[in-house]
Design a protein around this ligand. Sequence first.
Ligand code: NDP
Length: 676
Amino acid sequence: MSIQQVSSFASGQWIAPGAGARNIASAITGEVIATAGNDALDVQAMLDYGRNVGGPSLRAMTFHDRARMLKALAGHLNQHKQALYEASFDTGATQSDHMIDVDGGIGTMFVFASKGRREMPDAQVYLDGDVEQLSRNGTFLGQHICTPLQGVAVHINAFNFPVWGMLEKLAPTLLAGVPAIVKPATNSCYVTELAVRLMLDSGILPAGALQLVSGGLGDMLDHLGMMDVVSFTGSANTALKLRSNPVILENSVRFVAEQDSLNASILGPDAIPGTPEFDLFVKEVSREMTTKAGQKCTAVRRIIAPNGQVEAVIEALSARLAKTTIGDPRLETTRMGALVSMGQKHDVLEKAAIIGTEATRVYGDPDSFTVDGADADKGAFVPPMLFHCADPDNAQRVHDTEAFGPVSTVMGYRDVDHAVELANKGQGSLVASVITHDAEVARQVAMGAGAYHGRLYFNNRDSMGESTGHGSPLPHMVHGGPGRAGGGEELGGVRGVMHYMQRTAIQGSPDILSAIGQQWVPGGTEIEGPAHPFTRKFGELSIGETLYSPSRTVTLEDIETFANFTGDTFYAHMDDAAAKRNPFFPGRVAHGYLLLSFAAGLFVEPNEGPVLANTGLDNLRFMQPVSAGDSIKVRLTVKKKTPRNEEYGEVRWHVTLTNQADEKVAEYELLTMNAF
Ligand code: NDP
């Protein structure tokens, strides 16, 4: 059998393994299948290439350009995922494990592509929060902006998810406009190398946006500067070693870490045997123990059940685990494959023995279990192992030892506060789950355990049909956790993109802020266009272009007609004496929605034209009551333009209604779709 040469991709060149290369064995047979690493890799040149070639190209694009690029990349990988599945079996993973890794990674990229287009502007600057009023007359304002870091993101990944682990970091990095150097764990780097080859061969990425180090990273971290970021997933020991690198400390290099985590799952006191929640709990926990043979940063390591249910939980879990067929992951009948390497097998057995000093093994014997289609001694196979800790209050190792395999410990609790105390003994974890149908239990856990966990997952009979699983980090939600879990945060939608951008407070006049943020700021120059703005196409409209409407007097008859027509006969509009008793109103007033309707009547251009649809209204505020006899007028200003497709784009209009004394009575943002 030929040994695969796993290459690196450095400064635009594929570099084959060389001096210092490490051998990689199949998790199933123990035979060497690949080799990776080259001590001669010029890491400084790689950093320079990313910074000087990849960075400028990515920064020249808008968020929407980069989101479209992510979508194309994800689509390309999707077309070639069969090859990624094939390559993944030797890591010990089953077909359903591949789907979590490969499809999960591609799905994550698609979500970032979508969020980039929906939640970020078609511009190079991201605005963080609203304009801050820093002066009485509004001539000096504040705004926070985010711009891409002008360095390189170095991604150091764990062995367990060679595709998802890369893509979940790469998607937010590229969306931010920052090039990446990916360093997968050596044990499974041949899968990552294939995914990188696919992405590079697609021609979708600009040169320098993505480089790969297969094998050791050399002294790359010693060359990082303030504009670079390290995103790490792996063990707490390695994280500590890397984040204490003097260059990283001296240059305040951002270091995002996701490391060991003693995740817990709590069975609610209401979830007794016979309830849908009890069955759900057993199903979720056994799935978390055996998926990826327990090599998941989010896997359930501690099973926290009411004292009275411990026995029932052990019995039900053992029965379910007994159905887990272990074997060659290529066999369709196999439910659980192997650990990634013999090294990991030794590590897991060693850690299980440590847990065994405080807990009794109640299911699974590493010295006696069946492996289908492979040699149990040559491959990195272990059986699921369930422990029971009878005294979790005085135990320590069950709360701090992560056996990175199918190993979990059941422990009993007295009441919900005690369950929270035990969950928090993990000293910070990525996720804790609670299976309960009692919302009060959920609230109590959220208050007591929220600060100790990056994610809390609640599930019960109402949500189980659509829930995504305790162990699945979702691109929309934060992934990371405090304390032992590394103190980092990944994903979380646009929050995840921010790790690769610098937030800067901008202070200046409205026109300065408008120019930088590429959207009109109140107080900024108002441009009078050559014609009614609703007659002008998307591309013709300028930011700041403003329409001033004539005024209209509101009569008592208008108010009554509107009340009777809509059925909104609220006393403030109908009963003068009652309205006067209300501190908000001088007497009968016009409906806010009547004012909005009049505003539309004042600014509309009735003929067929480029305005295709009114798609919504944001940030509506009624600021002053309008009484019969008052007159109102409208100012409509183009605030922001966002192309949506080839045919039309969204125009966000700033709308202000004022009365005869020029006081604001209402303000909002109107959204229209306008043809190009
Ligand atoms: P490591 O921390 O050893 O490795 C993680 C990553 O760091 C790998 O890419 C590794 O590369 C790299 N790395 C290691 N040393 C250095 C260094 N000096 N400079 C630069 N990069 C380095 O974790 P393992 O993958 O070996 O797993 C060990 C244990 O970590 C597991 O048993 C488990 O307990 C825990 N773990 C936790 C995870 C989690 O998400 N919670 C995920 C994975 C592991 P290389 O492979 O080339 O050494």
